[in-house]
Design a protein. Structure first.
Length: 251
């Protein structure tokens, strides 16, 4: 396959389903060599198999982003099998909703470890290779929750706000090495959003808050991730993009 990401080596974390899977498939269609990583290694392999069956190039790698050891091992395996990583999409995510007065340390910790530590570990794993090549595109995944705050997810909103700071700081530190870092606040119909899309208590209210009046499929928003990893995005860094039907203007 040929396209704007031709022969680039891309890692997408949490790509066993949802938005990550759609990004992996689209990157492969654009010619990238894709490492599909997920804590569920079997699902990662299934996605990689589907990409290869469609004429793309992908490998599946089991990886828990919350473990530095696992991240370093996955990064080494990917570099060995595909070459130097020049695109990172830190996408893996979990939610553990609870009102703040009921939230446990476990609920707090797993959300910080997955989103904040996971993104930091992956940044540290890929940046040395990118600095050597003087080429790289990094996309961190924030959320409307991290921009506006949200009820019942103080752990998640805090983590997603931290990622905006991480993207801005990393963009400044890495700009001299020609490494582009941006953040996305996406919204799409995935397993993660099933409750707010289907539960009678939330679904109508949430839908009313989307100016476009509907949920997107993950495939509809994957093109923005292509742009942010492509040569057309070589002079824009440290920004946050809401891809959410007009719901949250970035302030
Ligand atoms: N779907 C939305 O509307 C929405 C809105 C805002 C932000 N986001 C963010 O977008 C990203 C993707 O969300 P999604 O809706 O596709 O979610 P999803 O739940 O459908 O998929 C998340 C994937 O991450 C994997 N994962 C979880 N913990 C992991 C870990 N420790 N290591 C590696 N993989 C792990 C899961 O196995 C799963 O495959 C997440 O960071 C999420 O917070 C999504």
């Amino acid at each position: 396959m040929t396209g704007v990401l031709q022969d680039r080596v891309a890692v997408i974390t949490g790509a066993g389903q949802g938005i990550g899977r759609a990004i992996a498939e689209r990157y492969a269609a654009e010619g990238a060599k894709v490492a599909v990583t997920d804590i569920d290694g079997a699902r990662a392999q299934e996605v990689a198999d589907a990409i290869n069956a469609n004429g793309g190039t992908a490998i599946g790698v089991a990886n828990d982003v919350a473990s530095r050891e696992s991240v370093n091992a996955a990064a080494a395996e990917i570099a060995e099998r595909l070459g130097t990583i020049t695109i990172l999409v830190s996408n893996a995510g979990v939610t553990r909703p609870a009102m703040l007065w009921k939230m446990t340390d476990e609920q707090w910790d797993i959300v910080q470890q997955t989103h904040v530590n996971g993104s930091f570990y992956w940044l540290q794993a890929v940046v040395p290779g990118m600095r050597e090549l003087k080429q790289g595109h990094i996309i961190l995944t924030s959320s409307a929750a991290g921009i506006n705050g949200t009820i019942g997810q103080i752990n998640y909103a805090t983590a997603k706000a931290a990622l905006l700071g991480m993207a801005r700081s990393a963009s400044k530190e890495l700009a001299p090495a020609n490494i582009i870092v941006n953040a996305i606040a996406p919204a799409a119909s995935t397993p993660m959003t099933e409750t707010i899309r289907t539960d009678e208590r939330f679904k109508d209210k949430y839908l009313e808050s989307i100016p476009m009046g509907r949920w997107a499929e993950p495939e509809e928003i994957a093109g923005v991730y292509v742009f942010l990893a492509s040569p057309d995005c070589n002079y824009m860094t440290g920004q946050t993009f809401s891809v959410d039907g007009g719901r949250v203007p970035v302030r």
